[in-house]
Design a protein around this ligand. Structure first.
Ligand code: UD1
Length: 314
């Protein structure tokens, strides 16, 4: 039994990772500032050690990493528009905190640190699908911060021999993704609008495409990346390899929910990427990753969860 630190473990992806680790019989410590995470996300996961604190404080990072075997660094302020309106706060969470976790992990001698990178690093490079050899072209502070984080990891591997791996996520969705902020992931916002009978908003013409990835695929990818031998310093996409436009996505969701809606179209958001789709061959080669749940199945599971949560909150 190993001890895993899941940073941001009370958040959306972090809580799914914690849940799966506990299911596998591992020991889990979570550190979370509760700025965007919620204790309730872990309420159903028994035996998790919880440390409330902000990793932009290096003492918190040292306390969190003490005695840990593996670090799954998920803590971040994960929003493009939020980083555009407040780059300093997101820089603190996305870069300063990452550096603190790296230093603490190096000092504690952890076996491996796996970092949540982002597809936003590719920016508006025209080639599709995006592969890891491509140049990066960040379009927002968030994209740049996530890219700096992964470069810091690679540097720590070279400079100090710390074993690090970056998994670049592509638009992850699923149960527990919080729709309560205008900065929330688009699928959670579409679902809450459709379930509440409000009109969903599309920024731009809705022709922009994304490789929407159901969270179970990411959990599987991260845990594979944590244990595959001989990949220190590597970075790889974790996604499904498909893409769908926002207009098509919304039509599919209306179909699954058996509702009709009028869409509100608004001006494109600053920093927005037009098309995003992953080449997943490197993850397949390095860690044996194949997506387990496709978009439609993922949407069905997510819709079922939101309906259940809505009934429970009444
Ligand atoms: C970006 C990253 C993703 C990262 C995420 C963190 C890219 C390609 N992807 O996602 O890897 O995890 O940031 O936040 O850069 N939209 C609407 N209506 C809404 C909300 C959003 O039309 O109500 C649009 C956005 O303008 C965007 C798309 O939906 O075109 C997806 O937005 P969002 O879910 O916020 O994620 P990205 O910004 O694509």
């Amino acid at each position: 039994m190993s001890l895993y630190l899941v940073t941001g473990g009370a958040g959306f992806i972090g809580s799914h990772l914690s849940e799966e680790l506990v299911r596998r019989g591992e020991r889990v410590r979570v550190v979370d500032s509760l700025i965007t995470g919620k204790r309730a996300n872990l309420a159903h996961v028994p035996g998790v050690e919880f440390l409330e604190g902000d990793l932009s404080d290096v003492d918190v990072a040292h306390r969190a990493v003490a005695g840990v075997d593996y670090v799954l660094h998920q803590a971040a302020i994960p929003s493009v528009p939020r980083s555009v309106s407040d780059p300093i706060t997101s820089n603190r969470s996305n870069i300063d905190a990452t550096l603190n976790v790296l230093v603490a992990s190096r000092d504690a001698g952890v076996k491996r640190l796996v970092y949540a990178g982002s597809s936003s690093a590719y920016g508006d490079t025209p080639t599709l699908p995006k592969h890891e050899e491509m140049p990066t072209r960040p379009l927002s502070p968030y994209a740049l911060q996530k890219l700096v984080g992964e470069q810091y990891l690679a540097l720590f591997t070279k400079l100090y021999g710390l074993d690090t791996v970056t998994t670049r996520y592509f638009n992850v969705f699923g149960p527990r993704q919080d729709p309560s902020s205008p900065y929330s992931g688009v699928i959670s916002l579409f679902i809450s609008a459709l379930v509440d009978g409000r009109q969903p908003i599309i920024y731009g013409d809705g022709g922009q495409t994304r490789d929407f990835t159901y969270v179970a695929n990411v959990v599987d990818g991260v845990l594979r990346a944590c244990h595959a031998p001989g990949i220190a310093g590597e970075m790889m996409n974790v996604a499904t390899g498909g893409r769908i436009s926002l207009n098509e996505l919304l039509a599919t969701m209306c179909d699954l929910l058996e509702v009709q809606t009028e869409t509100i179209y608004r001006e494109l958001r600053a920093g927005d990427v037009r098309d995003s789709q992953a080449d997943i061959s490197r993850a397949k080669q390095l860690i044996g990753y194949v997506p387990l749940v496709d978009l439609r199945e993922g949407l069905e599971r997510t819709l079922a969860w939101y309906r259940g949560a809505e009934v429970a909150s009444r």
